[in-house]
Write a protein that binds this ligand. Sequence first.
Ligand SMILES: [Zn+2]
Length: 400
Amino acid sequence: MPDLPLTRKIPPALLALMLSAAGLLAITTGARAATAPKIEGATVKQQGQDLVLTVRTAKPLALSKLGPRPDVRRAGTAYLCFGFAPAAGGGETRLCLGGPKGRKRVGVVNVDTDGKPIGRSAVAAKVRRPKPTKLVASLVAGPTHPTGLRPGHYQWVVLAANGGCKVRHECATQFPSEEAGAKAFRLRPVRAVGCTGGDAELVSSADTERKVVALTFDDGPSEYTERYLDVLREKDVPATFFEIGQEMPGREATMRRILAEGDELGDHTMNHVEYPGYGQIAGAAARIKAYTGFQPCLFRPPGGAQNQAVIDTAGSLGMKTIIWDVDPRDWSLPGTSEIYSNIVNNARPGSIILMHDGGGPRDETLAALPQIIDTLRARGFGFETVSALLGDKILYRPYG
Ligand SMILES: [Zn+2]
């Protein structure tokens, strides 16, 4: 189409049509930009170890179009965030729904007291839409608090914007309104109280193709256990500790630390007795429960010695019998490099790896542990507690 000569006169009818189209367009975009999403209601609850965020909107929001890690000070951004400000003061942690993975992740934006973002990340979540106008997000609140929200008192609001406008206040809204004020919420601490899957069954490894292994430590708690935990936290690896009842008194704090940091505790009898009867198995489980509030779901027979009677007894107490498929015989003190190479050469997807944190000098195993983790990780392996490896779950409950 040739360029229109500048001097060409536009016919009045066409001019009218152009003007009205432009006007209509302006009205349409103007109306959309000026409309903030209307929030009808929102709640924050704690269920088990989950934080459950619910929001109801007047119109359905397109989850995929919301920015999961927005800077809400900028106009033109679409977002839906729950902002948590510690009641004691300080910045705010915003949990924001949406984005391309909006059904499985929630964005985390930490802002300073001026609202300036100082950290952005994301956490795994389950986001459901039970109704077109209702969104429910569940995400883990403890015990390791991936959101960064520690137990305590908070003031919260929902911040939302449809985006597409030039002036921030035209498309942004807050619930409750600024006049109504923020809502109060106390995030209670959470502790492990039990687990699923403690039936009469013998397991030596997980039947899985996932490249995941479980590190297990027997015969503690001991004077070494805290140092094992330090390594595990530094490497961000969970593990499972099978403990002996007679070793527990005086080490209650270590046992609670194990659970509080997301590791698992299992039963290894009262007195390290082979082919144990009911009292030996029940006694250690009762002590774990008494010291930590946690009802174990895993039993490891001393020496791996088991038969159907042992498996049934453990099952009657709600515990699965767990042996192993990788054994570096670290208790025999073969040397740090021998422990290391045995494990990294034999680990495969689903392996349950036996080591010891008690029952004698454990310096060799402790020294080998960082390199074991590094090498397995470099080979693509992840790490889980035994219950997680087997598809079972640790159950958490708020307390205090
Ligand atoms: Zn043992």
